[in-house]
Design a binder for this molecule. Structure first.
Ligand code: ADP
Ligand code: DP6
Ligand code: CO
Length: 340
């Protein structure tokens, strides 16, 4: 028997991935950019055990057994095993039991699929002795997972090749580059979303003309501007682009037919508060972004946290389920323990 436990943090996109050009290989329509959080708070913790006694693969998520025959899980295990056979790993012949827990809400728009698949692929790679880039395999579990494999500021390149081998994540800058960056997560509702990211974006690709416009006319230039803002630590521009991209992603969801609403009244009130605050300050001090869910991720610099945090607690005393204060500091996916 061999086992390994890995943890992987979530990543919060500032240029959103929304739409695939290839469903099976999980190839996106556009590049995306995110910051990987520290593993101190929000992360997936996954243990993978391989044994001669297992005659099938099994998977438990948050204490409940899940379908281990999902095409994504099967694809990921198959890809890792293929690589493992090349390094003649003995363990690669064995079936696995996978047990994962998220210490934050699952399927609520806080990137659980990203942390979950990054931890799983890191665990399998470690167990089977696979080295080198694993972001392309994590991508086949969930697109956003390829970005959680790396720490700091990460870009997922959509790639050009039909087999997806160049659709990988690369580092724009390590977190140490912008050590003052902080992220406040406002959990508006921790329930599972009605439309998974997978089904939501599929419907947008099918029905939204605005998505096509976004992908072709907006994201390429915005991505370049975002890379520059991160590299030069230009918070003003970073914040504007982040908020514009979040708003455009949610507009695309509204342009989808039937429309998809991920944000709720509290989410919109948070947007209004951020703009009012930035207005009073005369510059952008806080940037909101919302993934496929109602929960807010707020980027700000450390010096501005105390005042804004106090404001949030006064304005929303009872509307929030919880508040997480997370450093935008990176930690790569890490192996906690192993016995190989
Ligand atoms: P989120 O916004 O949280 O990423 P998604 O709709 O993208 O929501 O994905 C949720 C799905 O991701 C879950 O239903 C489950 O299939 C998968 N997932 C979540 N957490 C994990 C995990 N720790 N390990 C493996 N898969 C996970
Ligand atoms: C809104 O990566 O969860 O969070 O590839 O189908 O698993 P699948 O979708 P997923 O989509 C994430 C969408 C997003 C934006 C982002 O993280 O870039
Ligand atoms: Co997801």
């Amino acid at each position: 028997m061999a086992f390994v436990t890995c943890i992987a943090p979530v990543n919060i996109a500032v240029i959103k991935y929304w739409g695939k050009r290839n469903e099976e290989l999980i190839l996106p329509l556009n590049d995306s950019i995110s910051c990987t959080l520290s593993t101190e708070q929000m992360c997936a913790r996954t243990t993978v055990v391989a044994s001669t006694r297992y005659n099938e693969n099994k998977f438990w998520l948050n204490g409940k057994e899940e379908n281990s025959n999902s095409p994504r899980l099967i694809n990921c295990i198959k890809d890792i095993k293929e690589k493992a056979e090349k390094v003649e790993s003995e363990a690669s012949k064995l079936n696995v039991h996978i047990c994962s827990e998220n210490n934050f809400p699952t399927a609520a728009g806080l990137a659980s699929s990203a942390a979950g698949y990054a931890a799983l692929i890191a665990g399998l790679a470690s167990l089977y002795g696979v080295k080198g880039d694993i972001s392309a395999i994590a991508r086949k579990g969930s697109g956003s997972a390829c970005r959680s494999v790396l720490g700091g500021w990460v870009r997922w390149h959509k790639g050009e090749l039909a087999d997806g081998s160049d659709s990988i994540a690369t580092e724009i800058a390590p977190a140490s580059h912008w050590p003052e960056m902080r992220i406040l997560i406002l959990v508006v509702n921790d329930a599972r979303k009605k439309h998974s990211s997978t089904s939501g974006m599929k419907q947008s690709v099918k029905t939204s003309a605005f998505l096509k416009y976004r992908v072709e006319k907006i994201v390429p230039e915005r991505t370049d501007q975002m890379v520059k803002a991160i590299k030069t630590k230009d918070f003003e521009t970073f914040a504007k682009l982040t908020m514009q991209d979040s708003n455009q992603f949610h507009s695309t969801c509204l342009d989808t037919y039937p429309p998809i609403h991920y944000m709720n009244d509290t989410s919109h009130a948070i947007c209004d508060l951020v703009h009012a605050y930035n207005n009073i300050k005369g510059c952008n001090k806080v940037a909101y972004t919302f993934d496929a869910g109602p929960n807010a991720c707020l980027y700000m610099l450390e010096q501005d946290v105390p005042e804004f945090f106090t404001l949030i607690m006064n304005v929303f005393p009872s509307d929030l389920d919880s508040v997480e204060y997370v450093k935008g500091m990176p930690l790569k996916v890490s192996v906690l323990s192993e016995q190989l």
